[in-house]
Design a binder for this molecule. Structure first.
Ligand code: OOG
Ligand code: NI
Length: 267
């Protein structure tokens, strides 16, 4: 397990230099970082859907706990928790519901999945493979962006962790998510402000924030362009009425967290 999480991290930091920087500034303050969750994106094609990408996790003791629908973004997601190891990060996997998308998106998804050699790739390897199709076309990327930022991101970045999330309850020197955000801003990181800097509330038992995705140079068929890659998230969890810490996700907050990879905000 540690293995797949570590490997996902290695691929993630390659396109998210801010995540490594943020870890190190927290460590300089004497913190050791725990992960609340890791998020993965995909399409609902059975070859690569949430169910398929969950196999590497369910096979090591994770079980499905929650399901979420994002109508406007045409997404569906599930979250997984480890049955025994309470320190294992939760896994949040979402999929684009292709049948609700335009024919253009369906054709792009079908063709990139068809050109990927999935028969010889286990789901665990797939998760570490990034883009399993060739060089993307910037023209197609731009057209996808107009309809679905999520589809455009998938087209360029493929299978990988979209973000890791620092579990802020475990930080020793930060009592509130606000103080975490202040520290990040002092260090010149830009926050995703969609729906407010802090999404959710104590009453919802979950507060979340995130930096805007890093921008990386990608080689497209037409040449090199900078596009938003991945981001780092921060979560603070609170006990529910029964005294148990809330371990789920809040759809209305997640809806805004998705926008951390939005090109229009990642200026
Ligand atoms: C997932 C966004 C939702 C959360 O913690 O609510 C999420 C994504 O951007 O792929 O991770
Ligand atoms: Ni998240």
């Amino acid at each position: 397990m540690e293995n797949i999480v570590e490997k996902l991290w290695d691929e993630y930091v390659k396109v998210t230099p801010s995540a490594a920087k943020i870890q190190s500034i927290f460590e300089k303050k004497g913190e050791s970082i725990s992960n609340d969750h890791i998020a993965i994106r995909t399409f609902n094609n059975p070859l690569v859907n949430v169910e398929t990408l969950s196999i590497p996790f369910t096979s090591i003791g994770y079980e499905k706990k929650g399901e979420y629908i994002f109508e406007a973004k045409k997404l569906k997601a599930s979250h997984y928790e480890h049955m025994y190891n309470k320190d294992a990060p939760k896994i949040f996997i979402s999929e684009l519901r292709l049948e609700l998308c335009s024919e253009f998106i369906q054709d792009v998804a079908d063709s990139i999945i068809a050109t990927s050699d999935l028969s010889s790739t286990s789901p665990a390897n797939l998760l570490l493979s990034g883009r399993t199709w060739g060089e993307p076309s910037h023209k197609i990327y731009e057209k996808l962006l107009q309809e679905s930022e999520y589809a455009a991101w998938m087209y360029v970045f493929g299978f990988r962790a979209n973000h890791f999330t620092i579990y802020c309850n475990k930080l020793k020197n930060f009592d509130t998510l606000e103080s975490v955000n202040d520290f990040l801003k002092e260090n010149k990181f830009k926050m995703n402000t969609s729906g407010g800097e802090i999404k959710g509330s104590k009453a919802q038992c979950l507060e979340q924030s995130s930096i805007l995705a890093d921008k990386v140079k990608i080689k497209f068929q037409e040449g090199e362009f900078e596009v938003p890659s991945c981001y780092y998230e921060f979560a603070m969890r609170y006990p529910q009425k029964d005294g148990q810490l809330f371990e789920g996700f809040v759809a209305s907050s997640a809806d805004k967290i998705f926008e951390s990879t939005d090109v229009t905000s990642a200026k």
